[in-house]
Design a binder for this molecule. Structure first.
Ligand SMILES: N[C@@H](CCC(=O)N[C@@H](CS)C(=O)NCC(=O)O)C(=O)O
Length: 220
């Protein structure tokens, strides 16, 4: 059986977990302590990131690589639309969101390896790039009600796990929620997905429980 390694408050971990749950692919979760520094675990995930999976065929890291593997390994599961162009549009949404928005916002997140907080220069750069790129995302994201229109797709899984984090981190560090201020009501979008998708309900519950346990351990 597939082992999914990571932590319940990682957006990329939850992206893979959502796919596994949504498409009913058997897996078990293995919790990992970050940062990953020991060679034994780095042998499974080369730069120490979660998620990674362990399978009978070997190990894989990088959430998108894992999802592409699952789609190829289980062709009967409609992880991507059957139509090649529609599937590419779904991947385009996921790539723009993750590479041009989430990865940019990541410079604001607390680091697993302790270090200085984001400088004013970093904050100004992140804000400038995010404002531009969120506008770009809006050119292709329909939110009607889903990113591609009426049908929930893999792109919504990526948005469900990342938009709240980007919204909350920009609000906390920059003093304003750049996603919401751009006209994306991500709270309503997330609520809809949680009402409709048992996978989202499970992810939200697991994240809440693990976050509470993490904070309790930190303050103990
Ligand atoms: N591109 C990677 C990003 C994964 C990633 O950044 N994971 C974070 C948690 S959300 C992590 O493992 N951080 C630990 C570290 O960088 O040391 C993916 O898609 O899987």
């Amino acid at each position: 059986m597939i082992e999914l390694h990571g932590i319940a408050f990682s957006n990329y971990y939850n992206k893979v977990k959502f796919v596994l749950l949504e498409y009913d692919i058997a897996f078990e979760e293995v919790r990992v302590i970050l940062p990953i520094t020991d060679e034994a675990t780095l042998a499974h995930t080369p730069v120490g990131k979660v998620p990674f999976i362990r399978t009978d065929e070997g190990d894989l890291s990088e959430s998108q690589v894992i999802v592409e593997y699952l789609a190829a390994r289980y062709p009967e599961k409609p992880i991507f639309p059957a139509d090649p162009f529609e599937a590419a549009k779904v991947r385009e949404l996921a790539a723009v969101l993750e590479l041009s928005i989430e990865l940019v916002a990541r410079d604001l997140y607390p680091k697993w390896v302790p270090g200085p907080a984001a400088s004013d220069e970093t904050k100004a750069r992140v804000q400038r790039v995010l404002e531009r790129n969120v506008e770009g995302f809006k050119r292709i994201a329909k939110f009607a009600p889903y990113l591609r229109g009426e049908t929930f797709t893999f792109a919504d899984i990526c948005a469900y796990v990342s938009l709240p984090l980007i919204g909350l981190m920009t609000k906390t560090v920059l003093g304003r929620d750049i996603v919401f201020d751009a006209g994306i009501d991500w709270k309503a979008y997330v609520k809809r997905i949680e009402q409709e998708k048992p996978a989202a309900q499970r992810i939200a519950a697991d994240r809440k429980a693990q976050t509470a346990a993490f904070l309790a351990a930190k303050t103990a």
